[in-house]
Write a protein that binds this ligand. Structure first.
Ligand SMILES: [Zn+2]
Length: 339
């Protein structure tokens, strides 16, 4: 939750435009926030929701923070703002979208306007997307829908065509690093986080600072480090497969696949004489690159894609990761593999 847009300065231009359109009565009833994960789509949607219900904003673009509406938002109990996101499931269920539809047509309770935030709109399945279409096709004038899309995940064209896309940029590298450092320094019981760890978190988050902060807070950066060590030891035959898989399983299958995709991409770059994005893995990947023709990367990428396709089903993470580690092992020269 943010109070003012200057907390996410790279989104200021888009914010000003949104508020200008709102002030002119020309804000579309359905917005689709698009942009990389971890650049602040969700806090921006929260701030916009607060601004749309605020009743004391004659002076500026920020919510006033003092009116009854703003107080209810601050207490996270505003009855006219609702957020829907996947719960105990990979998808947004049709029941949730039906509830959303009922909320959309009901009268506002305490504000003049209602706001619906649909987080992870790319996780609508066919049934829930069809249910949402009804709401999008017959909009009530007193409701604004804000759909948040995860970067790179497709949204059904029927949904997309009924929303106004708002493309949100990420910060440049310096702004991201500054934001992260100051966010970490502001934590109440903050132990200093060293700069190298911050840089690593930002790399893993593809430069998205809010995601990098989460990666530090939830121990993801440390988990990745453990995977890397395990990967290195396994390729040198110093670790049995069932041991080597453990840190990956702990990191989660989807995260592990993302990590291996990064390694494969770096292997491809190194194979054609380029620079890797992750210096931490460069030693081992350079070694693999010098012992394999560049086209072999397609093989491992295919294996990873296959495992990713299996995510929808309840595949066994241990087995999937072990299979992938064994695929990576085939990149090692034979004498090394024999140990
Ligand atoms: Zn207010």
């Amino acid at each position: 939750m943010i109070e003012r847009i200057d907390e996410l300065p790279w989104l200021e231009t888009q914010w000003e435009r949104l508020i200008e359109r709102w002030t002119l009565g020309r804000l579309p009833h359905a917005l689709l926030f698009e942009g990389r994960n971890g650049i602040g789509k969700s806090p921006l949607a929260g701030l916009l929701a607060k601004r749309l219900v605020c009743e004391g904003t004659e002076r500026g673009t920020a919510p006033c923070g003092r009116c009854k509406q703003c107080e209810l938002v601050a207490a996270a109990s505003h009855p006219d703002i609702r957020t829907y996101r996947p719960e105990d499931s990979r998808v947004i269920k049709v029941d949730q979208v039906r509830a959303l539809g009922e909320f959309a047509v009901a009268s506002p309770q305490v504000a003049r306007h209602k706001v619906i935030i649909l987080d992870s709109a790319d996780r609508l399945n066919i049934n829930s997307a069809n249910a949402l279409l009804k709401t999008l096709e017959e909009p009530s004038p007193d409701v604004t829908l804000i759909l948040l899309q995860q970067a790179g995940k497709p949204l059904l064209p029927t949904i997309r065509s009924r929303c106004q896309s708002v493309l949100l940029p990420g910060p440049d590298a310096d702004t991201a690093a500054d934001w992260l450092a100051s966010a970490l320094a502001q934590r109440p019981e903050s132990e200093p986080v060293d700069v190298a760890l911050q840089a690593r978190a930002l790399r893993l988050a593809n430069g998205a600072p809010l995601l990098a902060r989460d990666y530090i807070d939830d121990g993801f950066v440390g988990g990745v480090e453990a995977c890397l060590n395990s990967f290195r030891q396994f390729l040198k035959s110093r670790l049995a497969p069932e041991e080597a898989t453990k840190p990956f399983v702990k990191l989660g299958l989807e995260n592990s696949l993302g990590l291996m995709e990064r390694w494969a991409a770096d292997l491809a770059r190194l194979g054609v004489g380029g620079e890797p994005e992750d210096p931490e893995v460069a030693d081992i990947l350079s070694y693999l690159a010098t012992h394999n023709p560049p086209h072999r990367v397609h093989g491992i990428l295919g294996d990873i894609a296959e495992a990713r396709a299996g995510l929808t089903y309840n595949v066994n993470p241990d087995l999937e990761i072990e299979r992938l580690l064994l695929a990576w092992l085939t990149f090692m020269p034979r004498k090394q593999r024999a140990g």
